[in-house]
Design a protein around this ligand. Structure first.
Ligand code: AMP
Length: 220
């Protein structure tokens, strides 16, 4: 199964992708997590990406394309994968098509996680994430608080408030999504790949409807 998730920042892509990857034994490739790790490690890509990320803008396509070219060629991806956050504009989508064709692979489905704008901002600004790259768990001060304030339930690492989850940057990220990423819904609808899931419910309910949909569409 080769899946791609679309959805605005705060729609719950990261949470759903992690649960689905675990349930189905798929590799989860999150562009945001990969970029944040590159920034932390101070790699060339990370140094290039940081300023764009801090302002809520998209990082230049070539950085992402090189990153995903390398990731998608890894042998463990043969068991299936979930793309989360890449592609994010039409040029990246065209590059992904080329990359997958070269690898003799293709997307099985594109999941469009749909959430109204009103709740996105509240979800993002209250989000707290675990910076441990082996964990990357996500919490929310109101909707999913950790047992001990500020500490990851799963690995006890101190949680962080992403600098781009602050209100002034969130508005920019939402407008970038509407302008550059939303057109991908039509791009993939034209290919007959889009399945829309209501992302507004509790994460567990969203996950159940995701599983039901994947099972009923017999995606292998
Ligand atoms: P995310 O965690 O998916 O919200 O991504 C965090 C930030 O990383 C975004 O606001 C962008 O600055 C950058 N980013 C993630 N994925 C991409 C992409 N496919 N293209 C360009 N920039 C990206």
């Amino acid at each position: 199964m080769q899946l791609l998730f679309l959805g605005a920042p705060g729609a719950g892509k990261g949470t759903q992708c992690k649960m689905l990857a675990k349930e189905k034994g798929l590799c989860h490739l999150s562009s945001g997590d990969l970029l944040r790790e590159a920034v932390k490690q101070g790699t060339e890509a990370g140094i290039k990406a940081k300023g764009y990320m801090d302002q809520g803008n998209l990082v230049p396509d070539e950085v992402l394309i090189a990153m995903f070219e390398e990731k998608l060629s890894q042998p463990e991806l043969k068991k299936g994968f979930i793309l989360d956050g890449f592609p994010r504009n039409l040029d990246q989508a065209a590059s992904l098509d080329e990359l997958l064709e070269k690898l003799n692979s293709k997307l099985t489905s594109v999941i469009n996680l749909e959430t109204g704008n009103e709740i996105l901002e509240e979800r993002i600004t209250g989000r707290r994430v675990c910076p441990n790259k082996e964990c990357n768990s996500v919490f929310h001060t109101k909707f999913a608080p950790p047992q001990k304030e500020g500490v990851c339930d799963n690995c006890q690492t101190e949680l962080v408030h992403r600098s781009d989850d602050k209100p002034e940057v969130v508005k920019k990220r939402l407008s970038v999504y509407a302008e550059q990423t939303e057109p991908l819904i039509k791009y993939y609808k034209d290919k007959g790949l889009v399945v829309t899931i209501d992302g507004e419910a509790d994460p567990k309910e969203v996950f159940q409807s995701l599983l039901n949909t994947l099972n009923s569409t017999c995606v292998k």
